[in-house]
Design a protein around this ligand. Structure first.
Ligand code: CUA
Length: 193
């Protein structure tokens, strides 16, 4: 069985003309698919405010627990004197620290997170919070929660045998209630509740 094409005459022949038309049709389809993908990227980045990767900031995994920003006593939510809200968290096999994060509604919240052992995923319910926590790197982004209530925070990056049991929660409080709680508290979380 041969798949070789018959020799073409000096002006081509019928089957060649057909294949050029088919190629052109496929070319249009490919261009349309690429245009659609680009349009989806633009739409999600504008409409859902999907975030670009944060700048590269490194952290030493080996000393993470002992000193610096990500020691356990420094994890959780803080309100700076200038009113800026920052959440620091760590992902490890197979939990988040803290397991329950408390944030205010309608105020910008900056997250700073990293991982100790494997690549973990960090996503918060029906919000635009979605990043990866990678050992050795600090993931940071700022977002604003508009709806109060509790959101689930599953790890969404396969990180080992316990991956599917890796869950946390985010509690979004009305801004006034949050600030009242924050008053006097150095680091906040909702783990004990
Ligand atoms: Cu951590 Cu999957």
């Amino acid at each position: 069985m041969s798949t070789a094409l018959p020799p073409a005459g000096p002006h081509g022949h019928g089957s060649e003309a057909v294949s050029i038309a088919a190629e052109r049709r496929w070319l249009y389809i490919v261009v349309a698919i690429i245009a659609m993908l680009l349009a989806m990227m633009v739409f999600t980045s504008l409409h859902w405010a999907s975030m670009p990767p944060s700048r590269v900031e490194t952290v030493d995994v080996k000393t993470l627990h002992i000193k610096g920003e990500f020691v356990e006593t420094n994890l959780g939510t803080t309100v700076a004197p200038d009113g800026k809200v920052t959440v620091r968290l760590i992902a490890q096999q197979y939990s988040f620290v803290p397991q329950c994060i408390v944030v205010p509604a309608d105020m910008p919240v900056t997250f700073r997170g990293t991982a100790t052992d494997a690549i973990h995923g960090f996503i918060v319910g029906k919000t635009n919070v979605n990043t990866m926590l990678v050992p050795g790197f600090v993931a940071t982004f700022t977002t604003t929660f508009h709806k109060t209530g509790e959101q689930l925070m599953p790890c969404h990056e396969y990180c080992g045998t316990g991956h599917e049991a890796m869950w946390g929660r985010v509690q979004v409080l009305p801004a006034a209630e949050f600030l009242q709680k924050a008053n006097g508290a150095e680091r906040m979380s909702c783990v004990s509740r």
